[in-house]
Write a protein that binds this ligand. Structure first.
Ligand SMILES: [Zn+2]
Ligand SMILES: [Zn+2]
Length: 331
């Protein structure tokens, strides 16, 4: 019995090994521009491009162009290319995203190959560059609202099920991951084993507005990757330093920035990280979690209480002054 068990285990490891061996290799050896404390002095290039391998590129808007400094990913297949997210900047004069992407695309039959522009989710820092692609005949832009996401990918029982995009010899799985955003999806590239998780999972703040949906997404994602080889997990931003401390919000200077990739092990732990989240605020390991909506509601409530307090204070002060004027003899 024991020997049979060891045999099965060895077979399992062999399968996992052979799956990893089939992945197209790539390089994460990149130094992202750290921005600047004063961006007016020597501003960096607005868009940095890292070639992971010959048909996979990682692009990032500079911290001086937008403190969000979002990442975008370009996957090129035999017949089509897929751009995941378009960043925080609309104007091509500020960030030449579309022309840069086009320059990376190979030609098929004398013209640039078709490009599908998709998103992890609809927050503006992930889709503002869409406008640069609208006039390009070879580009298809997929909307970010739930109706467009479910229709384009063919989800019939959202958020259940996994969809696929076939780029020609390169299949990308689409995994529903709502929680940060109602129509958030993550992507798994079978060719490289890269997982693109947007703002659902990143080395930064996990902003969770629907805790139940996010927990279900974590369970769905871990179930999906459990049996698949994962090289790197790549999110939408870096908001941590090398000691895994959260960087100041809105900072245009990240001199000690952490590396972008998280690993499969970290993603497999997400369900237990989320277990400590109460729907408002939580902290587990390197991750801070909170609901932006509820924090804003709280701040709005505190502002109302403060205004009411100030109103009562002014009323009390005016009445006191009036009383002093009516009976000066008592003073
Ligand atoms: Zn977001
Ligand atoms: Zn974002």
């Amino acid at each position: 019995m024991k020997r049979m068990l060891y045999g099965l285990l060895a077979f399992g490891f062999l399968l996992a090994d052979s799956a990893s061996a089939q992945l197209a290799a790539g390089s994460m050896d990149v130094q992202w521009n750290s921005g600047a404390a004063d961006c007016k002095v020597n501003p960096p290039q607005p868009l940095q491009v890292h070639r992971y391998n010959e048909n996979t590129y990682i692009l990032r808007e500079s911290l001086c162009t937008t403190y969000e400094a979002p990442f975008m990913y370009l996957l090129i297949g035999d017949a089509k290319a897929l751009l995941i997210d378009t960043g925080d900047v609309t104007e091509a004069q500020k960030v030449p995203l579309a022309s840069t992407v086009m320059s990376l695309l190979p030609s098929v039959g004398g013209s640039k190959m078709p490009l599908i522009v998709v998103h992890t989710h609809g927050h503006l820092d992930h889709r503002s560059g869409d406008a640069q692609f609208t006039s390009m005949p070879q580009a298809t832009i997929v909307g970010t609202d739930l109706a467009h996401v479910t229709e384009y990918f063919g989800f019939s029982r959202w958020p259940d099920g996994i969809a696929q995009v076939d780029l020609g010899g390169r299949i990308v799985d689409v995994i529903p991951t709502p929680g940060h955003y109602a129509s958030h999806v993550s992507y798994y590239d079978r060719a490289t084993g890269l997982v693109f998780t947007g703002d659902f999972f990143l080395p930064g703040r996990l902003i969770i507005d629907d805790a139940d949906a996010d927990r279900a997404s974590a369970a769905r994602m871990t179930e999906f990757i459990r049996t698949r080889p994962v090289t790197y997990v790549l999110g939408g931003h870096i908001e941590m330093d090398r000691n895994d401390q959260t960087l100041e919000m809105g900072s245009t200077h990240h001199p000690n920035e952490r590396a972008l990739p998280l690993d499969k092990e970290a993603l497999m732990k997400l369900p237990s990280v989320l277990a400590s989240y109460n729907g408002f605020y939580g902290h587990s390991g390197m991750f801070v979690m909170y609901s932006q909506r509820r924090v804003l509601q709280c701040l709005a409530g505190a502002a109302v209480v403060l205004l009411i307090g100030i109103g009562f204070g002014i009323r009390w002060f005016v009445r006191r002054r009036r009383r002093q004027r009516v009976s000066p003899a008592k003073a």
